[in-house]
Design a protein around this ligand. Structure first.
Ligand code: ZN
Ligand code: ZN
Length: 387
């Protein structure tokens, strides 16, 4: 078994032919930039490049393959030095009471293209990210299987296109069976997901859903795999050979849908969850928070005690005192963000960044920061250090 740091949900802003892919993502989020940032700045060993379905992105993959920068791996996926790159897609499907996003990953571009030939006729703007496919879930799963792909529900608990967030209370009501894996999303953690007993046997991933280069690896997974390739990932997901050793993720309060948000008061609600209407003005015009939704559908008591398999991390640039200048100074000194966040010693940090910044980083590591909860699409933020 080998260990791999994996972020399996990174979007593409535009392909190198200048065409937009994910409209809401940064234009600098191109395939070559993602490869470099993931390997050099973030220190990842596996990434899922979502939006590989787009024609320009596939072209970019093929250019890098022709140049020898990317090499096909025997077990599927592509090798960029010591980084494994898995091509994938995010697709919206109508399920149960609403619409939800799903992720799928494929061993090669050719496998992905088998999926494309099935699904593309049912999608309007194929070149763009996360488009709706007008097919039944069963047909969609058939297309993924045709490409020998891996699939899972994306950001499962969010009110915006999350399957639990706006489609169902139980996956078994809307899917033909339990998914092999599920993405927790930024506003929840492993403990919160465990309040649904049906997820007991489901592999839980934390991914960044990055829409810009700095956001890559704001969430990721430490995986134990038979090999660092598509096949290794597939064996983990389908055959339970290997495991998610740990999820690294934002404290759920920092996520932008953690608590319910009142659209009338334009404020995040406060008070015991679940709050499905505004306690201030009584309005039902709200964006339901992940914590509130989960509390209302859970069939087990929500345990908020720390889980050693979920390690919280606040992105460096979300900490007070770390602007662009300080950020580059830290990277220069320690190499990757992961080293700064999880490994650098107090003495080293103080030397490079000064006492104050070192204290924010160390408090984040120790879990002693306090937060203002996010909601309604607005991220939560770091407020203070617990004294
Ligand atoms: Zn999505
Ligand atoms: Zn209100």
């Amino acid at each position: 078994m080998i260990k791999a740091f994996a972020d399996l949900h990174i979007h593409i802003g535009q392909s190198l032919d200048g065409k937009a892919v994910k409209i809401t993502a940064a234009r600098s989020l191109t395939l070559p930039n993602i490869l470099h940032a993931s390997r050099e700045v973030k220190g990842l060993s596996m990434i899922g490049v979502i939006d590989a379905h787009s024609r320009g992105v596939r072209q970019d993959f093929r250019t890098l393959l022709r140049d020898g920068q990317l090499k096909p791996l025997e077990g599927g996926g592509y090798q960029f030095g010591n980084l494994t790159v898995i091509p994938g897609i995010e697709q919206e499907l109508s399920v149960g009471e609403g619409n939800a996003h799903f992720l799928a990953y494929f061993p090669t571009l050719e496998h992905l293209e088998r999926y494309i030939s099935e699904i593309k006729p049912q999608v309007k703007n194929w070149q763009l990210s996360s488009q709706k496919a007008h097919v039944l879930v069963e047909e969609w799963l058939g297309a993924v299987a045709l490409g020998e792909g891996i699939w899972l529900p994306a950001h499962a608990f969010t009110p915006h296109k999350g399957i639990y967030g706006n489609c169902c209370k139980s996956l078994l009501d809307v899917l033909p069976g339990l998914p092999p894996a599920l993405e927790i999303g930024l506003s929840a953690d492993r403990q919160m997901a465990r309040s649904l007993s049906e997820l007991e046997q489901v592999t839980l991933f934390s991914n960044s859903d990055a829409h810009s280069l700095p956001k890559i690896a704001r969430e990721y997974n430490l995986l134990e795999l038979t090999e660092n390739s598509f096949s290794g990932l597939s064996q983990l997901v389908y055959d339970k050979k290997g495991q998610v050793v740990a999820n690294y993720g934002l404290p759920p309060k920092v996520g932008k849908y953690h608590r319910t948000y009142c659209l009338v008061c334009e404020k995040v609600v406060e008070g015991e969850p679940p709050l499905l209407s505004c306690p201030r003005c009584g309005s039902r015009k709200v964006v339901t928070g992940v914590m509130d939704r989960l509390t209302s559908i859970a069939d087990r008591k929500l345990v908020l005690a720390p889980d050693p398999r979920y390690i919280y991390q606040v992105p460096l640039q979300d900490l007070p005192g770390i602007g662009p200048k300080m950020y580059s100074r830290l990277l220069e000194a320690f190499g990757t963000e992961m080293t700064v966040i999880h490994q650098a010693s107090e003495k080293e940090l103080v030397k490079v960044a000064g006492k104050k910044v070192a204290q924010w980083i160390l408090s984040s590591r120790a879990g002693t920061l306090t937060f203002q909860a996010g909601g309604g699409g607005i991220y939560g933020r770091v407020v203070d250090i617990l004294s």
